[in-house]
Write a protein that binds this ligand. Structure first.
Ligand SMILES: Nc1ncnc2c1ncn2[C@@H]1O[C@H](COP(=O)(O)OP(=O)(O)OP(=O)(O)O)[C@@H](O)[C@H]1O
Ligand SMILES: [Mg+2]
Length: 327
């Protein structure tokens, strides 16, 4: 097992809304090793982005509140750092590619200026060297005519280009951890592939660890070493990708895998997981997946299961993990 860079322990992030408390992150645990890609997977609304924002110290408060847990980065709990220290870390040792690139870039400054400022503010270069280094970064992320693009404003670039600029900003200071929140959903397939190749190269060339957030199982299969599956604010299963795909133990993971279309198998209809994701304001008392689970027993509906460790690197939040391989 690689040396641990980030360890998230029993993390809780709540939002206090007029309708009640939304437990967006409700006891999340996972680890990311140095130079490793961990995929964070799960349906819309399960708490992936809020987990990322909590690690970055960017949960809006109010209405948000980090109600408990620890975020250990190189052994230090980020939740106890001062806002100033956290600001230095962000964009330095830890950086993030946001789900929506346009909202993350400042519309009133050129992209070159934004990259330059990230470099200067983290002491990577002085004002004189900033332009040259920024142009080199724009070139590295595959932006054509980088020298000319340095002077462009975000609105003058396509969605894919903005995504690349955000990656250039994110890697400018050689982060040890890159959080990529759905880096490809807004893009067409060829650009998606290029962006994922970029993330892959980063890891190869700089040994950057990546927390890759997506709801796309295919993206995880091709790009991650290990994966954590989230459901209603909890990690329900964590395992090396190959193991997760061949021996999924949580009924939810198995359901997700069964709903991937298989071009080689003729199936009259794609199986899907019956029922709906429960309302986070009104979670059932026991296992949150029990109402949709075909294996659920009375005990599952009555109390929250304990995490079971099937091996050193495979754990599952289920009273009766499924054994054996998928069909
Ligand atoms: N500022 C906020 N105020 C209230 N609730 C919020 C806020 N931000 C997020 N939430 C709630 O937290 C829950 C988790 O949201 P999150 O954005 O983490 O989901 P996600 O897994 O990233 O989904 P997606 O795949 O759609 O990006 C959702 O129920 C969402 O409505
Ligand atoms: Mg999200």
């Amino acid at each position: 097992m690689s040396d641990t860079l980030l360890r998230v322990e029993n993390l809780h992030t709540y939002f206090h809304t007029r309708r009640g408390v939304v437990k967006a992150v409700d006891g999340v645990d996972f680890r990311v090793g140095r130079g490793e890609v961990l995929g964070l997977l799960g349906e819309s609304g399960c708490g992936k982005s809020v987990t990322a924002l909590t690690i970055m110290g960017l949960v809006p408060s109010p209405p948000g509140e980090v109600a408990g847990g620890r975020v250990l980065f190189q052994g230090e709990d980020l939740l106890s750092l001062s806002p100033e220290k956290m600001k230095t870390l962000r964009g330095g040792d830890i950086s993030m590619i946001f789900q929506d690139p346009l909202s993350a870039l400042n519309p009133v400054f050129t992209v070159g200026r934004q990259i330059s400022e990230a470099l200067i503010c983290h002491g990577k270069t002085d004002k004189k060297g900033a332009r040259e280094r920024s142009v080199r970064l724009l070139n590295e992320v595959g932006i054509p005519e980088p020298d000319r693009r340095f002077d462009s404003y975000p609105h003058e670039l396509s969605g894919g280009m903005c995504q690349r600029v955000m990656i250039a900003m994110a890697i400018a200071c050689d982060p040890q951890l890159l959080i990529a929140d759905e880096p490809t959903t807004a893009l067409d397939v060829t650009i998606q592939k290029q962006i994922l190749n970029l993330v892959h190269d980063l890891r190869e060339q700089r040994n950057t660890a990546v927390l890759l957030i997506t709801h796309d199982m295919g993206v995880i299969a091709e790009n991650a070493d290990r994966a954590a599956v989230m459901y209603t604010g909890k990690v329900v299963e964590e395992a090396p990708v190959e193991e997760l795909f061949t021996r999924p133990s949580h009924p939810y993971t198995r359901g997700l895998l069964e709903s991937i279309p298989d071009m080689e198998r003729q199936m009259p209809r794609l199986p899907s997981i019956p029922g709906f994701v429960p309302n986070l304001l009104d979670l059932p008392p026991g296992c949150p997946f029990a109402p949709r689970c075909k294996y659920a027993e009375d005990a599952c509906r009555a109390e929250m299961p304990e995490r079971i460790h099937l091996s050193d690197d495979h754990s599952v939040l289920c009273r009766k993990p499924l054994m054996g391989t998928t069909a």
